[in-house]
Design a protein around this ligand. Structure first.
Ligand SMILES: [Zn+2]
Length: 279
């Protein structure tokens, strides 16, 4: 068929697809006891567990989109996290300058996902309405919630919303062509996961913190930071369903992402391209 042949009447417009890149910029050496919810209840020995910090880049000819922006290095050092590279420099290492970023999709408002928003003053934000309502509300100040966010980040998001520079999403929605957001909650009240149509014809699920480690899903054991335990378990089910449909799952904090998706030449120092299709 000739490429110039017009699409049949009524045919759907071609949907956008994206090159998906995971950028790893930080690290924490911890233990299962410290990271899992009630680890002691499983009657198994404790063990070391390394947590990796990522944000994600979606690119095609029309758009340069970030999913989250990583932590601000000062905020991370204050919390004892290891900064491998400043997140904005990690982005530069794959050839993207902040001014090129047109959209930032915020998976949730924890400090390691919304630091550095000031580096993208012109980007449109896409934020969860549930997440926005919670973190600008009174419960956000309580002792089991407050340490997970930095107030200036929340204010920056609220300002963007007030200035009309942010869109909110709720439930399940196509937030950009080829990018579907699913509000799952659990870890944070309005935690989103994102399903991306990848440019290799497959689909990529960025779980963000709906799943920190692959072993969480494999063993059905929730992570320790929880807003709603039932919703966290249900999110595992949602992700398992998407995996069963053939989507590639990208866990939010698992060092294994770098090896799992490394190409023939291995991963770049701070970045790995995520394939939607299995090889
Ligand atoms: Zn996180």
């Amino acid at each position: 068929m000739a490429r110039t042949e017009p699409a049949a009447a009524g045919a759907a417009a071609p949907t956008a697809t994206y090159e998906v890149t995971a950028l790893r910029y930080g690290s924490l050496r911890a233990t299962r006891e410290a990271l899992y919810y009630r680890w002691g209840s499983y009657g198994e020995p404790d063990g070391e567990l390394e947590m990796a910090y990522y944000f994600w880049l979606l690119r095609n000819a029309e758009r340069t989109v970030l999913v989250d922006t990583g932590f601000a290095t000062a905020a991370a050092e204050r919390r004892g996290r290891t900064v491998l590279v400043d997140p904005v420099e990690a982005l530069a290492s794959v050839g993207v300058e902040p001014a090129e970023v047109d959209t930032v999709i915020v998976s949730h408002f924890h400090y390691d996902h919304v630091g550095n928003l000031d580096a993208y003053p012109d980007a449109e934000l896409v934020v969860g309405q549930t997440e926005l309502d919670f973190w600008t509300g009174p419960l956000a100040r309580r002792a089991q919630f407050a340490p997970h966010v930095d107030q200036p980040d929340i204010e920056r998001i609220a300002e963007a919303v007030a200035a009309g520079r942010a869109r909110t999403t709720r439930g399940e929605e196509e937030v950009l062509p080829g990018v579907r957001s699913i509000e799952v909650g659990g870890h944070s009240p309005g935690q989103l996961l994102l399903v991306i149509d990848a440019d290799d014809g497959g689909r990529v699920v960025l779980t963000s913190d709906a799943v920190h480690f692959y072993e969480e899903m494999d063993t059905d054991r929730p992570f320790g930071v929880i807003a709603d335990l039932g919703a966290m378990y249900s999110a595992y089910d949602t992700i398992a369903t998407l995996a069963g449909e053939g989507a590639a799952i990208v866990a939010g904090h698992d060092p294994a992402v770098m090896e799992r998706f490394a190409g023939e030449g291995g991963a770049e120092e701070f970045a790995v391209q995520v394939r939607g299709r299995k090889r």
